[in-house]
Design a protein around this ligand. Structure first.
Ligand code: FES
Length: 160
């Protein structure tokens, strides 16, 4: 789907601003909103670029910087915090060798925090892309991450 197709999925109305921004971010292979994409949306809705920038900066679901293939969002709201989400965050950071807001070197994961994911009964929890994972323990983290293998690059030519 090209950018014109994305724009024209919705009428040029302010009420479609968030939908358009989500579409552009989801179609970006690095899962962020580029300046040129935000300019396209601003022009389409006939609003100032600064207004778009303000919205994107306000909502934590939007990113202004390139991210990894999979976005891990650890819940840091009170119930998960009391259930040990900080310990899970430390373990994620240790295994991925990144801190909050960072992306792994091979571009597979970005680590972010989030507000309540609405699954407090299984706290502590996190979302990997759109998949919720609850009842987290530091020991489970390695097994969970192994479900998202690094894609091997194809080698050219014959071997042997
Ligand atoms: S506080 Fe974490 S899912 Fe509700």
């Amino acid at each position: 789907m090209d950018k014109s197709d994305i724009l024209h999925k919705y009428p040029p109305s302010m009420e479609n601003l968030l939908l358009l921004l989500h579409e552009f971010q989801n179609h970006n292979p690095r899962k962020y909103l580029s300046r040129s994409d935000m300019q396209l949306v601003a022009k389409y809705l006939n609003i100032p670029f600064g207004q778009i920038y303000g919205v994107v900066s306000y909502y934590s679901l939007f990113s202004l910087t390139p991210r990894g293939k999979h976005i891990i969002r650890i819940c840091c709201s009170p119930v998960c915090s009391m259930a040990g989400s900080n310990t899970i965050l430390v373990e994620l950071g240790r295994q991925l060798e990144i801190g909050l807001g960072e992306t792994t070197a091979e571009g597979l994961f970005t680590l972010e925090s989030t507000e309540c994911l609405g699954q407090c009964d299984t706290a502590p929890g996190m979302a990997i892309d759109e998949v919720y994972v609850g009842n987290l323990t530091p020991k489970r983290i390695k097994t969970i991450l192994q479900k998202y293998p690094v894609e091997k690059k194809r080698t050219q030519g014959r071997q042997g």
